[in-house]
Design a protein around this ligand. Structure first.
Ligand SMILES: [Zn+2]
Length: 417
């Protein structure tokens, strides 16, 4: 490492030639590096093991090797993968679980976005399975998101369980997660991650399918590209120490939110999942997953609609468009890690050869970190705060090693080049 660091009172600092010692938050790497192949930096947080990471309060970040991020390394292997062999393995797995009388034989979690449309549709219409689809509701459906959700179910021909958690409690959790963690999506992720396994157990389903492996965006050290999702991402101890929205679960009781009330948000234990025979697989391990093609498939087969306008914070029109809070999820990640929605999407398109790295850099410079104004007032109302307070909270979460004050605003110290 070519930078100097020091730890004082449990906080890490990195030395900057101009500004002296700067605090490094969240356990991020003190030295900022960008991937040589895409536009992602080594500050990118990997998916949390949510119950455990909450207790630790720090993040793990995407592994880099020889200047290349793990996501690029993993996607690079796709060209040399024997996809026919992978499909044979998929059919073997499906045959093991296939029902003979049309009853459910697998479970597909999703919201009706392009990926879940594709997952459920190919499983039913190409491979003759009988999926039960399961949805953990967005905070605030967008109009296009609701239309896509209904087309998925109606035109695709699926049964669906839509779980919409208590709107008052969920709003409060979202507000607290913003205030305490600058992570408004965190309570939603609890439900999204844990609810499907609960439903699998309740409906006697053993086979659960997600789309792409998260390793394609950067997993943890030791997360290999395998067909199965590691159980640490969907199990935990529902009776143990749990933090939601930055608070120990017991402290939420003052808002009338008890552990029992949060039942569907909480994980099942690993032993319970194992005893129920639940296997969670990535369909993207078996079938070559090209996001653009998945989008076209969803358009053709269920009439999936993109946004009429570019999504704020990026240049695309069809990724994560069903929740009015989506843009804020990415915006907050830009504040905390310097990595916004455009970096995420450009990185993916570079890896799949749709755009060059130079094009990606230009897009990131133009759009990354743009404030999602379209639904801003509705989201402020949802989170029970005004504009001024929203920004005042956000600024407390900026890590000095990433941001410098510039006039009335903030500037990243390190930009992709
Ligand atoms: Zn990369």
């Amino acid at each position: 490492m070519s930078v100097r660091t020091q730890v004082k009172d449990g906080r890490t600092y990195v030395e900057d030639a101009d500004d002296g010692w700067l605090e490094v938050k969240y356990g991020l790497p003190p030295e900022v590096m960008f991937c040589k192949s895409c536009v992602v930096s080594n500050q990118r947080a990997t998916p949390s093991i949510i119950t455990q990471d909450q207790a630790k309060g720090s993040k793990t970040t995407i592994p880099f090797k020889d200047g290349v991020c793990q996501a690029c390394a993993v996607v690079g292997q796709k060209d040399s993968t024997d996809w026919e062999e992978r499909e044979r393995k998929l059919i073997e797995l499906l045959d093991k679980h296939r029902s003979r009388n049309g009853s459910y034989d697998c479970l597909v979690p999703g919201s009706g976005g392009k990926d879940s449309v594709y997952q459920a549709h190919v499983l039913k219409h190409k491979y003759g399975m009988n999926p039960l689809t399961v949805t953990w509701s967005p905070h605030l459906y967008t109009d296009v998101g609701w239309r896509n959700f209904t087309s998925w179910i109606q035109r695709g021909g699926f049964d669906n369980l839509l779980m919409t958690p208590d709107g008052q409690a969920h709003r409060k959790l979202t507000e607290l997660a913003y205030r305490n963690l600058l992570h408004p999506f965190q309570p939603f992720i609890f439900g999204q991650r844990h609810f499907p396994a609960r439903m699998a157990k309740r409906y006697g389903q053993k086979l659960v399918f997600y789309g792409e492996s998260h390793v394609e965006y950067g997993g943890r050290e030791g997360d290999e590209l395998t067909s199965e999702m590691h159980s640490r991402y969907y199990t935990g101890d529902p009776d143990g120490e749990v933090f939601i929205s930055g608070l120990p679960i017991e402290e939420l009781e003052r808002y009338g939110i008890t552990r029992a009330k949060l039942g569907e948000y909480l994980p099942m234990t690993e032993a319970d999942c194992r005893d129920a025979g639940i296997e969670v697989h990535y369909l993207g391990y078996f079938l070559k997953w090209v996001p653009q093609q998945v989008y076209y498939y969803a358009v053709e087969n269920v009439g999936f609609e993109a946004n009429a306008e570019r999504t704020e914070g990026t240049y695309s029109k069809y990724n994560s468009i069903d929740d009015k809070l989506d843009g804020f999820h990415y915006w907050c990640a830009h504040v905390k890690f310097g990595i916004g929605r455009c970096t995420h999407e450009a990185g993916q398109e570079i890896r799949h050869g749709h755009i060059t790295r130079d094009e990606g850099i230009a897009l990131v410079r133009k759009y990354d970190g743009e404030l999602p104004e379209r639904f801003f007032s509705e989201v402020l109302d949802y989170m029970n705060m005004d504009r001024e307070e929203f920004f005042e909270i956000a600024d407390r979460f900026r890590s000095q090693h990433l941001w410098r004050k510039s006039g009335n605003g903030w500037q990243l110290r390190h930009a992709v080049a």
